[in-house]
Design a protein around this ligand. Structure first.
Ligand code: FER
Length: 271
């Protein structure tokens, strides 16, 4: 009994002194194609955007075993300032990571929407990607997402319609968007993830004006960043506020800079 008590105290003091005592990383090679498992289908669709006044393209990941007769949760997965709807596929192998997770029984099959988060007529990542109108378009995407894209997806794909089955996550600018749009629309999203959130992230007070509501509504709030990322202050200040206001979340700092290694691991862990 004495020993049990000592063990208990040791465990307790250990967890109290380290906010993060286990570093978890996606296993090496997890982003490589496995041939002996079922694979997803990547497709694209076009939706009418009343917000932008154009028809916009989005990519969609349909999980292994996809059937229109089933119903799926849905993840909106957002790109960074230099990217577009294809950025995750180009650099992050999300379809491979997710296929491998399904094969190991570690995630529920879900539909993943990879849209272009730069809501403007010319939404390509060309020219000066930091131009004010392009940066503004990442904020305008909130309207496109809520009023155009989500309704389209709800109508054309077999997805659940409630907040408990809808997630939003992204890298950098997309991480900022996920925090801004997710926390700003808790009636729509219960799972929110930000990998290396960019300076477009609203202040913590704007993001979470009502900590009690966030506490009650969130299923998962995930904030991760590379320890050597120059943008880490935007994650850190959000985390500090959440701790101070007692809003449960995961704050996950791992070795790395502003890079896909961190974002892939973010997707793996968040999923
Ligand atoms: C900035 C630095 C970085 C900024 C945005 C970023 C809008 C975004 C980086 C990314 O998405 O990778 O000053 O301002």
């Amino acid at each position: 009994m004495k020993y049990l008590f000592a063990l208990f105290v040791a465990l307790l003091s250990n967890s109290a002194s380290f906010s993060q005592d286990i570093i978890k990383q996606m296993p090496a090679g997890f982003d490589s194609v496995r041939n002996n498992i079922a694979h997803a289908k990547i497709d694209s669709f076009n939706y009418k955007s009343t917000t932008v006044g154009t028809t916009r393209q989005s990519l969609i990941y349909l999980p292994p075993g996809y059937s229109k007769k089933k119903k799926y949760p849905v993840l909106y997965l957002l790109h960074g300032i230099g990217g577009d709807d294809k950025e995750w596929l180009r650099g992050g192998n999300p379809e491979i990571i997710l296929d491998n997770l399904y094969a190991e029984g570690k995630v529920e099959p879900m539909i993943v929407i990879m849209p272009n988060g730069r809501a403007m007529k010319n939404d390509s990542a060309t020219g000066n990607i930091f131009a004010p109108d392009k940066v503004q378009a990442f904020a305008t995407f909130e309207k496109d997402l809520l009023n155009d894209l989500i309704p389209y997806v709800q109508k054309h794909y077999p997805v659940y319609g409630d907040r408990d089955h809808r997630a939003i996550a992204g890298l950098s600018m997309g991480g900022g968007q996920s925090l801004n749009f997710g926390l700003g629309n808790l009636d729509k999203f219960a799972w929110i993830g930000a990998f290396s959130a960019a300076p477009n992230t609203k202040t913590p007070e704007e993001l979470v004006p009502d900590p009690a509501k966030a506490r009650q509504d969130l299923k998962l709030l995930w904030i991760s960043c590379g320890a050597s990322d120059g943008l880490i202050t935007f994650s850190k200040r959000t985390h500090d506020y959440l701790v101070k206001n007692d809003v449960p979340h995961i704050y996950y700092i791992e070795p790395g800079v502003h890079e896909f290694k961190v974002w892939k691991n973010g997707l793996y862990m968040f999923s």
